[in-house]
Design a protein around this ligand. Structure first.
Ligand code: FAD
Length: 488
């Protein structure tokens, strides 16, 4: 009683997790309401994440590719960049996709309620209407009653407490706003997001410094993949500070002066026109009054779920960044489908649907830098650390006709197969990594091979088209199997 709207499923947040859950639930015949504070659907990924970053990275990659052509006998003049036009290109890309989502929601009769949602009980969310960018609340409130709920409220960038409140200090959202091109830019945090944004800005003309607490950039990827990226990208950087903490910063008329402290105690500082904070993302779990519904939230703001995406409250589910690492859109989408199917199955008494579960073996990661770095499953570093015996198949792109023809043979493809005694020489593929152009577009094949339990013969005997970069996956398998004899 007392609710303005009633539904089978309330989805809190309209990112890749939220809209995917809403669409699947609606397709399965349920009455669905999405609550979203932003004006558009798509969440971080479409509005201020995956998509705008890739729109800009595409332009950067073309500019870099063109600059390589000098060696091949084709010269262009220096690029002239119209930043307003470039920004509006990015906005158009976002608009196309978020507009498409709105149309798909309408077609499925999914109701969208604009505003900030918070639980007021185990079956009710109160939504306070928002306007503008989603930060301003109008005070107008609605209550939505639900039978079941899927929390997909995502995450936001971590802010360093000592960073001055200054337009020259940005997070990834501020960097994507592309207000201009700084001369000197600092990236705090050498992970994928920081390095992708750094790639864009440096191609547009900025000089980069990067500071990272760990002993290497792009943590999570095998070091030999990252080495290739480093070799190709060192020209973008004045300084790569590793094992170094950022400890303070002050705003001055000349720029943002940032203090660093090495883990060995070395102190230094630098002054920058733009500082990008890319030190990770924090889940929004503590901002939705989850306790009012009895949903447990960890100290760090995550919500724990089982493999059906169920929280400690049986009719409330959670998906995406808010349930934990890896914080990736494709993970959120798969979790979304599971939650929607379980709910539909239970509400409709369909046992098969109700038994849906998230049991993917692997989730691929990609840095959309130039070259791209992509990996999935066990990495060689992890195999070493865990004492897992693997057989490696490495195919250098210096032996790939296509890579050579492209003038981009710096990459390689690496596959790892189980080499434990129990595998009897027919070990299944456990992981793989690719560094090189288009690596991200190829890593899905390795993920499929892992899901299917393929061994080196399966992959090596699969005919890949020649000449393609994807052929390198078949060749790497042949190398592992010992049947590749025509390498230089
Ligand atoms: P989100 O996308 O965070 O969506 C949550 C939504 O909930 C938001 O729209 C938010 O406004 C809304 N919301 C939150 N709380 C409330 C509330 N109380 N009331 C109403 N609405 C609320 N991932 C990839 O896989 N590939 C990439 O290339 C990639 N690039 C990225 C680049 C950048 C710069 C960033 C920042 C992230 C990138 N990611 C990428 C990560 C990806 O964006 C996230 O993993 C993904 O968006 C998570 O989806 P989600 O549905 O869990 O949450």
């Amino acid at each position: 009683g007392g609710a303005d709207i009633e539904c089978d499923v309330l989805v809190l947040g309209a990112g890749p997790g939220g809209y995917s859950a809403a669409f699947r639930a609606a397709d399965l015949g349920l009455k669905v309401v999405i609550v979203e504070r932003y004006a558009t659907l798509g969440g971080v990924c479409l509005n201020v994440g995956c998509i705008p970053s890739k729109a800009l990275l595409h332009v950067a990659a073309v500019m870099d590719e063109v600059s390589h052509l000098g060696d091949l006998g084709v010269e262009f003049g220096a690029p002239s960049v119209n930043i307003d036009k470039l920004r509006s290109h990015k906005e158009k890309v976002i608009g196309k996709l978020t507009g498409g989502l709105a149309a798909m929601a309408k077609m499925r009769k999914v109701t969208t309620v604009r505003g900030y949602g918070a639980f007021v009980g185990p079956n009710h969310v109160e939504v306070e209407e928002t306007t503008g960018t989603g930060q301003e609340k109008t005070g107008s409130k609605k209550v939505v009653a639900f039978k079941t709920c899927i929390i997909a409220a995502g995450s936001q960038a971590v802010r360093l407490p000592f960073m001055p409140d200054d337009p020259r200090v940005v997070d990834s959202t501020g960097a994507l706003a592309l207000q201009g091109v700084p001369k000197k830019m600092l990236i705090v945090g050498g992970g994928i997001i920081g390095l992708e944004m750094g790639t864009v800005y440096s191609t547009l003309g900025a000089r980069l410094d990067v500071v990272e607490m760990m002993d290497g950039l792009m943590q999570g990827a095998d070091r030999d993949l990252v080495k290739v990226w480093e070799k190709m990208n060192k020209g973008r950087f004045d300084k790569i500070l590793l094992k170094t903490k950022t400890v303070g910063a002050t705003a001055t008329p000349e720029g943002i002066t940032v203090q660093f402290e090495g883990l060995d105690g070395t102190k230094s500082e630098g002054t920058y026109d733009l500082v990008l904070q890319a030190v990770g993302r924090t889940p929004n779990g503590k901002k939705i009054a989850a306790d009012k519904a009895g949903v447990a939230v960890t100290d760090r703001g995550f919500i724990n779920v089982d493999i059906q995406m169920r929280t400690n409250v049986p009719h409330i589910f959670a998906i995406g960044d808010i349930i934990g690492q890896p914080m990736l859109a494709h993970k959120a989408v798969h979790e979304a489908h599971v939650a929607a199917e379980v709910i539909a199955g239970e509400l409709q008494g369909n046992k098969e649907l109700a038994s849906s579960a998230f049991n993917a073996r692997v989730i691929p990661s990609v840095a959309y830098t130039d070259p791209e770095v992509a990996w999935v499953g066990l990495t060689e570093d992890q195999a070493k650390a865990q004492g897992i015996k693997v057989k490696k198949g490495l195919f250098p792109w210096t032996a790939s006709g296509r890579a050579i023809a492209n003038g981009r043979d710096e990459g390689f493809t690496k596959l790892l197969f189980d080499d434990s005694p129990e595998a009897h020489g027919h070990g299944k593929i456990l992981g793989g990594g690719i560094v090189g152009t288009h690596a991200g577009d190829m890593i899905g094949e390795i993920a499929l091979a892992i899901e299917m339990g393929a061994d080196a013969v399966d992959i090596g005997k699969t005919i890949h088209p020649h000449p393609t970069l994807g052929e390198s996956i078949g060749m790497a398998a042949e190398v592992a199997h010992g049947s590749c004899t025509d390498l230089p």
